[in-house]
Design a protein around this ligand. Structure first.
Ligand code: SIN
Ligand code: MN
Length: 264
């Protein structure tokens, strides 16, 4: 999938691009059949919310599930990021965030590169997330919120929040977020399963808790230019990967074909 000049200009201005229904219902059925199997696993990679048993996120499923191994090499997800960072990419992080109905907790306001630079010593924001909606993302079930244009501000001062949720994060203070949001607004892309959003490593984003009766599962590939690999291995391997091999994409129809892909 090749981004057009208009899309590149939009990304440059806003820091994100939304692709409604990038994957078909048949493809999403293949992917979604795997999620309950992964969420019932008791393994280090599967994290639960701090105040209960609901799954918060499953890390690195591409290393232990063959369908997610395909998604991790899917050209519709990987190629736009290769175009935006201008070269080959490796998988820095891979997670399936649940945000379960009624129980899904917040993700505080943050920049991804704020964490990747401070914790992992990633040299530059030459990396980004592409998020694939596994459930429908609605205005009321904990949609991702972005402050457009905030990616142009570099790394903003942040505090290391180790307490609020089960996931440690470098988070922005209320004053900073208020100022940015009052200047630029907040957007929250919503859409059917199979929709995707790619966003700049420095865009300020968050998501509220999910008190609705609808799950809001989103899968994230965090892809980094191979030359920009992390320099510090402080976090566990399954959170900040140490295999900097360039991803080789599979065929566009890989999810619906019999091609065998070994999870690593
Ligand atoms: C993230 O920003 O890393 C996750 C946010 C979410 O899934 O709501
Ligand atoms: Mn994030």
């Amino acid at each position: 999938m090749k981004l057009t000049d208009a899309q590149l200009a939009e990304f440059d201005e806003t820091g994100y691009l939304f692709f409604p229904e990038l994957f078909s219902a048949d493809e999403m059925a293949v992917i979604n059949a795997e999620v309950p199997k992964i969420y019932t696993m008791r393994r280090d990679e599967v994290w639960r919310e701090s105040d209960g048993d609901a799954v918060r996120t499953a890390f690195a499923a591409h290393t232990y599930n063959e369908v997610f191994a395909k998604v991790a090499r899917h050209p519709r997800l990987v190629e736009p990021v290769m175009q935006l960072v201008d070269g080959p990419v490796y998988m820095h992080q891979n997670k399936i965030n649940a945000k379960a109905a009624f129980d899904g907790d917040v993700w505080q306001w943050h920049q991804d590169y704020g964490t990747w630079s401070r914790d992992d010593l990633m040299p530059e924001p030459r990396a980004m997330n592409i998020a694939l909606f596994l459930d429908e993302v609605r205005p009321v079930n904990g949609a991702l919120m972005f402050i457009p244009g905030s990616h142009k501000l570099g790394v903003i001062e942040a505090g290391h929040d180790l307490l609020t949720t089960s996931y440690p994060l470098w988070t922005l203070d209320k004053q900073t977020v208020s100022k940015l949001a009052n200047e630029n607004g907040i957007v929250a892309p919503t859409g059917k399963p199979g929709s995707a959003v790619v966003f700049h490593a420095n865009i300020v984003h968050a998501s509220p808790g999910n008190i609705s009766p609808w799950d809001r599962t989103i899968h994230y590939l965090s892809l980094c230019h191979v030359d920009n690999h992390i320099r510090r291995f402080k976090r566990p391997e399954f959170i900040a990967h140490r295999d900097f091999t360039a991803i080789e994409c599979l065929a566009d129809d890989c999810l619906l074909s019999e091609v065998a892909v070994a999870a690593e």
